[in-house]
Design a protein around this ligand. Structure first.
Ligand code: TPP
Length: 1227
């Protein structure tokens, strides 16, 4: 007997035994019955079924058995013996089973002594072996597939040509089966259900089975799918690759493939000819990528897709722009000429630019929008951005299944497996709030990354192994077989449309030139390039094949080439006429009409009516309404009652301020998305936007999602534990449309640096490079609180260093729109806010602007609950607005001339300074000014503050180390202000921690010591008088709190007595709190007629949440909010025109799919202060002094004796003020 490998090789046939009778047997669909019957089992006793009596051979045996039962002579003798023998066994088995509990005499089971039943075991084994072989091909056939046009990788010792006759399968594929001995390779075998190689046939000779498996799995397509756990999906794949002749095309289709290939190759050839020294990152060697992309779009369009978002790197990008997106070729070619942009923006190299096209698909006659998202050189980082953008468009179209919008990501082989962002992005694919319902991945696998061979660049077998984690089927395909390539594209598009899951096409080809066209590849890949140089281009090979097959004539192919060359030449001539271009023509996300009719320099007011605040506040402080029967955690009930108290007192803490911003925005029709790790609760537990039912699994309640019946959605999305992909995703989301607010929150600001490429390449510079706007907000928890080096800093300094506002130029502030102009000019807004009201205004301002800017906000940690970090409701009302700086409104401001120190600071340190100033009794002599918006720098307001305190020494105080925080950013800008003020004798000094390479100490004692040093350097040591005063204060505070505690205790006792009188059963407070039915608690509407959205608890198991419904086409003006208590006293700020409650924000668009123009709203006109006018006049009057440079200024002030004096002076404690109360304080 020969082993199978030998049989296959020598083609030797062994005599047939029992096989030929199989041809007569018809298939019975029942399964396993025989196995069970034979063993005397009932249905539930599955585990004990015969090892061979399962799957499709069981069906066959079943049929035989039933035949045999009717007529024992109707089956072969061997089967007769088998069935008869088995019966005997059954009896024995039953006896054995009956006796199982009885100890045998020998102490052994009698079963082990049984003899094997008589049967044609060889016959059964043959069938089992065939099944295993089929499975081996399905599982490992791709290992033997002929994928590499260069013949470098693949099974060794085999012909590289797949002529359907030579079998490639090796040990690697058949593994344990290859040594199995078959007697007759022509014997007929019943095909198991787990294969489709038979087509309509149920029985095939072994040789045919092997041939068909070879063709399906070891030709030019290697299908990797057996890791998929779903039986339905695996079967679907088999049906699409195993059925004989399934990879076939009509003559028309073949011509179309050739035409597309001709364009693909022709485009690169044309560029090579015309711009031989220019980098273009040609596609040659993977030319089939263009027909693949075209097929994906055709097929998807046929299946209902209307919009395709493409993300890709450099390789083949120009080709895609031209031949897939049909970007006008002349425009594209003009990028090779030296022309400048007529609009603003610093632009990017041509192979990074994005595009947006809307055209009819010729094959389907349906409109398709195609977007190629602009990307940086940073490979693969565009992936999550594309996914986020896709998801946002799905939301806007109401496409909750991903039927209309499709993301396609094109990768390089080295980067696909090398860049971690790929893994992070792929892992978003099935998350409810991040899924794009399947992405088609296309890998341009040219088997080299720059100059590095795969064996040095990856440890996995395939570059695509990363996709296996999400069970994506992977189609490896030989790039030189265009039909196989297009077929894979067709199946991929169908797969995605059917299952809405990721799928990968790995185009295994080569790179005809170097990494770019100027590179010499043979320096590093000499042998590879020897082979490449001998290879005919794939297009030519395919054309010759079609000519040989009689599909086309050579002249037709020549005509195709000539036609495309003429198109290129005409476009080339046209391109020469183009003298300038517009960056905006390369924009991948145009927002047509959204800001139409709006003055870019006018900003809508951000304050809202107190009634709206009360309404939101009451909802936010209430458990879900009783009708939905939701059991809230007792701790949450406590938090809600604290919130309720705040609302009653008309004071907002951080959570309430944030909720006011989100609630009022959704009320105004602005879709808000808050995304990041653990954002539902909030890392620091202050938020609790999503409540969890304590008695029902996966039952959630998103409080702010149910404020108003016609509100926009509020998505609060706990993300995967990724910063880079999730931030990129949310950035992409924010790019899709301006009528939403997207916030990404870091767990701690420190972790944002794992997303540095997104920050640097997209967020900081995206608008400048690609004129693409985004209003993404980053919340980066930041502040030194003794939590160690990795939980303290969001790295303010880095964001500020990336800011583009000029440190040395004092801006012209002659117009009233200065504040907005400054925002328009900057690349992003950097804030370090200290009050909930300012957070509220800052978030609303993101939408109120007539353009979009990213905002980086360093958000607080301890301030979230700090009793001082609260804002009265009046700071949110229509008369209020965002405060770029918060001046000192206390004692120091009463008599500014006598102020000795003016301290500028930002963020949480203010509260430390405030307390210490009080302890040191220096309220009248030290002014504390908070710089809330660091970038763009509030030159104008700081100018005024410095001017206000003419005699004060100037300090910048920060808690961060000197080389960190805002100091290096503010220092030159403060100098510029001083120069502008002509205050040559004055200079800002630094007070803060010394330089350090770590962002904070991890040692508590050091942290405390650093803090003390900082405070002493500002306020000096505490004097005895200070200490006495503090002691007294502490005593009285203690007494006060004692009294309060006593009061509340006696109140509680009284209440308990009353309760006991009413409820003899006693208190059941240990059980989780049910939503109260008390009207006051459960109905935040109170007596108001406003109907809130009917709330439903969310069910997590639902992947597509209903909350994603597009905003209804309704007037976003609110229903009447609840009757609010007496409005707070009018703000002391200059009154803006009072706005109606309805909306301070841009109105909601009319349809979710087609963005309408944003109507012009009455924008608040900032008053140009007389100071500003003065400054403006100064600005335009050439006084000669403004040209003084910062350096000169520094050298002057360094020698200034005043400065030395003031330095010494600050160490001394100032005289005590007698007035201890401050009516202007917020708390
Ligand atoms: C993040 C990142 N690292 C390094 C590079 C430099 N680089 C540009 S292309 C390239 C090779 C990429 O190889 P591959 O992904 O196989 O694509 P190919 O160029 O072969 O098409 C490298 C290393 C880069 N652009 N981005």
């Amino acid at each position: 007997m020969a082993d199978i490998a030998m049989c296959l090789k020598r083609g030797r046939m062994a005599p047939a035994l029992v096989m030929n009778r199989f041809t007569k047997v018809k298939v019975c669909r029942r399964s396993l019955q025989v196995g069970r019957a034979l063993k005397g089992e009932d249905k539930s006793d599955k585990a004990a079924s015969d090892s061979f009596a399962n799957g499709s051979n069981a069906t066959y045996i079943d049929r035989l058995y039933r035949k045999w039962v009717k007529d024992p002579n109707s089956v072969d003798e061997t089967w007769h013996n088998y069935f008869a023998g088995k019966r005997h066994t059954i009896k024995q088995d039953q006896q054995t089973r009956r006796r199982k509990w009885e100890p045998t005499a020998a102490g052994q089971s009698g079963a082990s002594t049984k003899a094997a039943p008589k049967a044609d075991w060889k016959y059964i084994d043959d069938h089992l072996a065939v099944q295993s072989i089929i499975r081996a091909y399905q599982t490992r056939g791709h290992l033997a597939a002929d994928l590499d046009p260069l013949g470098i990788v693949g099974p060794t010792g085999h012909s590289l040509s797949s002529d359907d006759k030579k079998r490639q399968a090796t040990k690697a594929v058949l593994r344990q089966h290859y040594s199995y001995a078959f007697n007759d390779l022509n014997a007929l075998f019943k095909l198991p259900k787990t294969t489709s190689i038979g087509g309509d046939e149920k029985f095939l000779p072994l040789t045919e089975i092997l041939d068909r498996l070879e063709r399906a799995y070891c030709s030019h397509i290697g299908v990797e799918y057996m890791m998929i756990t779903s039986v339905v999906k695996s079967e679907w794949i088999r049906k699409h690759f195993e059925v004989p002749g399934i990879v076939s095309f009509t003559a028309e289709e073949k011509k179309l493939i050739l035409e597309r290939l001709t364009r693909s190759t022709g485009f690169e050839n044309f560029l090579a000819k015309k711009f031989s020294s220019e980098k273009r990152f040609g596609l040659e060697g993977c030319d089939s990528m263009i027909p693949i992309m075209k097929e994906i779009i055709d097929q998807s369009s046929r299946l209902g897709v209307k919009s395709v978002h493409i993300g890709m790197a450099h390789r083949g990008r120009l080709n895609v722009l031209s031949n897939v997106c049909r970007k006008p070729l002349s425009e594209l070619l003009s990028q090779f000429n030296v022309i400048s942009a007529s609009d603003w923006g610093s632009g990017d190299v041509k192979y990074h630019l994005g595009t947006f096209t809307k055209r009819y698909n010729r094959q389907t006659k349906r409109p398709v929008r195609i977007t190629v998202v602009a990307n940086p050189s940073h490979l693969e980082f565009v992936n999550p951005v594309v996914l986020g953008k896709t998801r946002a468009e799905m939301y806007r179209r109401g496409d909750y299944q991903g039927n209309k919008v499709l993301p396609v990501l094109i990768h390089g082989d080295a980067s696909f497996c090398g860049q971690g962002i790929v893994f992070e992005s792929i892992h978003l694919s099935d998350l409810p709030e991040y899924t794009t319902h399947g992405t088609i991945h296309v890998v341009i696998n040219n088997q080299v990354g720059f100059t590095t061979d795969p064996r040095y660049s990856r440890s996995s077998r395939y570059c695509t192994d990363v996709a296996r984690v999400v069970n994506a089927p992977i189609f490896h395909v030989n790039a030189d077989d265009p039909e196989a390539c297009v077929y894979c594209a067709r199946v991929a598009a169908k797969w995605r449309a059917k299952f809405h899951k990721d799928v990968v096409i790995d185009i295994v080809g080569y790179r005809r030139n170097g990494h770019n066209e100027a590179d010499e590849p043979a320096y590093t890949q000499p042998l590879m390039y020897q082979r490449i140089r001998k290879l005919k281009p794939c297009t030519l090979k395919y054309a010759e094949k079609l000519v040989n097959d009689g599909v086309i004539k050579m002249e037709e192919y020549d005509a195709m080439n000539a036609k495309y060359e003429k198109i290129c030449n005409d476009a080339f001539e046209e391109s020469k006429k183009i003298k300038t271009f517009k960056n905006s023509l390369w924009l991948d996300s145009p927002w047509p009409g959204y800001f139409q009719g709006r003055d870019r320099f006018k900003m809508c007011p951000t304050g809202v009516n107190i009634k709206v605040l009360m309404y939101i506040g009451k909802w936010f402080s209430s458990p879900p309404p009783p009708e939905i029967s939701f059991t809230v955690h007792k701790g949450i009930m406590r938090i809600l009652s604290i919130r309720k108290k705040l609302v009653q007192d008309k004071v907002a803490d951080w959570a309430l301020g944030e909720a006011f911003a989100i609630g009022s925005l959704v009320k105004d029709g602005i879709h808000v998305r808050l995304s990041g790790q653990d954002v539902e609760r909030g890392t620091f537990g202050h938020r609790h936007h999503v409540l969890h039912d304590q008695t029902k699994d996966k039952s959630k309640f998103n409080i702010l999602q149910h404020l108003y019946p016609d509100q926009a959605p509020y998505d609060v999305c706990n993300s995967s534990l990724s910063e880079c992909a999730v931030m990129g995703f949310d950035l992409g989301y924010s790019m899709a449309h301006p009528s939403m607010l997207v916030i990404w929150e870091a767990q701690f600001g420190d972790f944002a640096n794992t997303a540095q490429a997104i920050i640097d390449q997209f967020l900081a510079s995206g608008e400048t490079k690609w004129v693409r706007q985004s209003g993404l907000v980053l919340f980066l928890p930041h502040s030194m609180e003794g939590m160690g080096p990795e939980h303290s800093s969001g790295r303010i300094e880095r964001f500020l260093q990336l800011s583009n506002d000029d440190p040395d130029t004092f801006p012209i502030m002659c117009d009233a729109d200065y504040e907005v102009r400054q925002l328009l000019k900057c690349n992003w807004i950097v804030t370090n806010l200290s009050t909930p009201a300012n957070l509220f205004h800052a978030l609303r301002r993101q939408v109120a602007l007539s353009f979009r800017k990213p905002m980086i906000n360093f958000s607080p940690k301890s301030l979230l609950r700090h009793p001082a970090a609260r804002s009265p409701f009046r700071d949110f009302n229509e008369c209020s607005s965002f405060q770029r700086i918060i001046p000192d409104k206390g004692k120091a401001s009463y008599n500014p001339e006598s102020v000795e120190q003016l301290i500028l600071c930002s963020g949480k340190v203010y509260y430390d300074l405030f307390k210490e100033r009080e302890d040191h009794d220096q309220e009248a002599t030290t002014a504390l000014v908070r710089v809330e918006q660091l970038c763009p720098f509030p030159f104008d307001l700081i100018y005024k503050q410095i001017e206000l305190y003419p005699n004060a020494n100037l300090y910048w105080v920060q808690e961060e180390h000197k080389n960190q925080g805002a100091w290096s950013y503010v220092q030159p800008r403060l100098d510029t202000v001083l120069i502008e003020l002509q205050a040559n004798e004055r200079c800002f000094l630094y007070r803060g921690r010394p330089p350090n390479s770590a962002s904070a100490t991890g040692i508590k004692a050091h942290h405390k010591a650093e803090y003390n040093d900082l405070i002493t350097s500002i306020f000096g040591n505490l004097t005895e008088a200070n200490k006495c005063r503090m002691e007294e204060k502490m005593k009285s505070a203690k007494a006060k709190s004692l009294k309060e505690a006593e009061d509340s205790l006696s109140k509680a006792k009284l209440l308990k007595t009353k309760k006991n009188d009413n409820d003899p059963k006693g208190d059941n407070s240990d059980t989780p709190a049910k939503s109260k039915t008390n009207k006051e608690d459960s109905d935040p509407k109170g007596s108001n007629s406003d109907t809130p959205a009917k709330p439903k608890p969310q069910n997590n198991s639902d992947k597509t949440s209903s909350k994603e419904a597009p905003s209804p086409e309704k007037d976003p003006s609110p229903s009447t909010p609840p009757a609010a208590p007496t409005p707070p006293a009018a703000s002391t700020k200059p009154a803006a025109s009072k706005k109606p409650e309805s909306s301070a924000m841009p109105q909601r668009k009319s349809t979710p799919s087609e963005p309408a123009g944003q109507p012009q709203l009455k924008a608040k006109k900032p008053n140009a202060s007389s100071q500003n006018e003065k400054l403006a006049q100064k600005e335009i009057m050439p006084d000669g002094k403004r040209s003084q440079t910062r350096k000169q200024k520094h050298s002057k002030s360094a020698k200034d004796p005043m400065r030395a004096k003031s330095d010494k002076k600050q160490a001394k404690p100032s005289k005590r003020s007698t007035d201890e109360s401050s009516s202007e304080d917020y708390w």
